[in-house]
Write a protein that binds this ligand. Structure first.
Ligand SMILES: Nc1ncnc2c1ncn2[C@@H]1O[C@H](COP(=O)(O)OP(=O)(O)OP(=O)(O)O)[C@@H](O)[C@H]1O
Length: 244
């Protein structure tokens, strides 16, 4: 399915307006490892990955635990620089990584974290304040919205993170597993809100262990196994390859 150009048949947007929002060209990444069983103290977790993400596409990334999915999102977001290869982004576009592990200032309240996140995404102070009420409402955090995030459960952090990301207007939204946490009611609401967003112009990359979520939301899928892109193309065929 994959080819060296990073653009398997059938997933190129046909319209001439198809703009490449992100391109990974033969990207590899290694972490420094303490364990001596890795060559030269390096642990290679991505190996020669090439793909293209077009404006408006929703790309789902599949793979087992430790396959390299989060590393790929961090590279896409520019949080990590690749050890080898190249990542091209649109210079005037914003890329936002939504994950549970990163980004909250634990001593700040949910409200202040939401404000900071909006400012970091490029909102003016007025715009940031204007979206706080809808973030509070969507998150269903009630009075906890004004309490420090360190007092939140993992599910509450997920609600805050998701609600904040939903309000922020970025060109490329990178989502790491957040749709699979929290209680069922919120998960369904978050998935519905996400579906609404992905049908529009929003460009999205979703890492998910839920095959049904990928099937429902994505129009392209990539399967990573031990750092190598084993499948890349239409969701149906990539899922079939992943299951076999
Ligand atoms: N900061 C780091 N330093 C060293 N090794 C790391 C670091 N982050 C991740 N790794 C290693 O890189 C490999 C890939 O990790 P990554 O988090 O990208 O996988 P993943 O596919 O997202 O996994 P999961 O589905 O479990 O979240 C793993 O072996 C992990 O132990």
């Amino acid at each position: 399915m994959n080819n060296p150009e990073g653009s398997p048949a059938g997933i190129e947007r046909s319209a001439s307006s198809a703009q490449i929002m992100l391109e990974m060209i033969d990207v590899s990444h290694s972490y420094h490892a303490r364990r001596s069983n890795f060559e030269k103290g390096l642990h290679r977790v991505l190996d020669g990955v090439s793909l293209k993400l077009y404006r408006g596409q929703t790309l789902g990334i599949l793979g087992r635990n430790g396959a390299g999915k989060t590393t790929m999102l961090r590279l896409m977001a520019g949080i990590l620089a690749p050890s080898r290869g190249e990542i091209r982004r649109q210079p005037d576009a914003r890329y936002s990584l939504l994950t549970l592990g990163l980004g909250f200032q634990l001593q700040l309240t949910g409200r202040d974290n939401a404000r900071v996140a909006a400012l970091l995404q490029g909102a003016t102070a007025k715009e940031a304040d204007a979206c706080l009420e809808s973030i509070r409402e969507f998150s269903e955090l009630g009075v906890s919205f004004d309490e420090p995030v360190r007092t939140y459960s993992a599910g509450m952090r997920a609600r805050l993170g998701f609600s904040t990301a939903l309000q922020t207007q970025v060109e490329v939204l990178l989502i790491d597993e957040v749709l699979s946490v929290g209680d069922r009611g919120f998960r369904e609401k978050a998935a519905a809100a996400m579906r609404e967003r992905v049908v529009g112009e929003q460009t999205v990359v979703i890492v998910s262990h839920s095959e049904s979520q990928i099937e429902e939301m994505c129009d392209v899928a990539a399967w990573i196994d031990e750092g190598v892109l084993r499948g890349y193309g239409g969701v149906g065929e990539t899922l079939r390859a992943y299951r076999n």
